[in-house]
Design a protein around this ligand. Structure first.
Ligand SMILES: C[S@@+](CC[C@H](N)C(=O)[O-])C[C@H]1O[C@@H](n2cnc3c(N)ncnc32)[C@H](O)[C@@H]1O
Length: 224
């Protein structure tokens, strides 16, 4: 089977609901439409970060959209990891099809402390959402911090309405986040993440200020 046919089979098997960003072949023909909003990490916002000569780890890379972007923005070496074998195979086919060098993809659980690295830049894009915030989110925050030397790019929402977005259960959330971050019926996620990293990292918002608090922003953390 040729590269394109193999990739098309993977995209078909993975299913449209698991393809987050649009996938193109080497002649810029659309192979699969991505379902994610681009607003949570717009390439023009990501490109304000200095990737020149940097090493980058893209955690939960899916079909490698941001891994390939980091390489185009001048990264020296990029590694993308995802828990799904099929998407990693798809990334490897895309790398071959687009003849990209110094970008590598591995199947791995991103909370695994044995990830290669550390890297100058760790990216965790569109990973923390409504499902993740109900779990111990600190495991994921620790994972990206552990592998990032100087910079972290993380996308997440400012806050979630507990009844509307998180099916209620404020008392369960208080156990995870402390009451400080549970106010006015909202989980103030951005405050929690800011405070979690405040000793070692400065945070700035590099996406536009969207109207809805639960729209994901792109955050840049630089080590103090
Ligand atoms: C919402 S998608 C975002 C993909 C990509 N970062 C983007 O923004 O286009 C989340 C990705 O994380 C992967 N994933 C889920 N759990 C993971 C884990 N424990 N370790 C590594 N990858 C994981 C999924 O397979 C999926 O490809």
């Amino acid at each position: 089977m040729d590269l394109r046919a193999e990739l098309e089979k993977i995209l078909h098997d993975v299913g449209p609901e698991n393809i987050w960003r649009s996938v193109y072949d080497n002649e810029n023909v659309l192979l699969a439409h991505g379902i994610a909003e681009m607003s949570d990490a717009r390439p023009q916002d990501i490109s304000t970060v200095d990737f020149q000569g940097k090493t980058v780890l893209d955690l939960g890379c899916n079909f490698g959209f941001y891994s390939f972007l980091a390489k185009r923005l001048g990264a020296k070496k990029v590694v993308g990891v995802d828990i799904d074998d099929q998407v990693i195979k798809g990334c490897q086919l895309l790398k071959a099809m687009h003849a990209v060098k110094d970008v590598y993809f591995y199947t791995a659980d991103l909370v695994n402390p044995n990830l290669h690295g550390p890297f100058d830049i760790g990216m965790l894009i569109n990973y923390i959402g409504r499902n993740q915030v109900r779990k111990p989110i600190t495991k994921v925050l620790d994972a990206v911090e552990r592998v990032s030397l100087s910079t972290m790019i993380i996308s997440l929402a400012y806050s979630y309405n507990i009844d509307k977005h998180l099916d209620g259960h404020a008392e369960n959330l208080i156990r995870r986040y402390s009451p400080v971050y549970i106010r006015d019926g909202e989980l103030h996620l951005i405050e929690f993440v800011h405070d979690y990293f405040r000793d070692n990292w400065s945070m700035s918002v590099i996406s536009p200020e969207y109207e809805k608090l639960n729209d994901k922003r792109t955050l840049l953390f630089t080590r103090k």
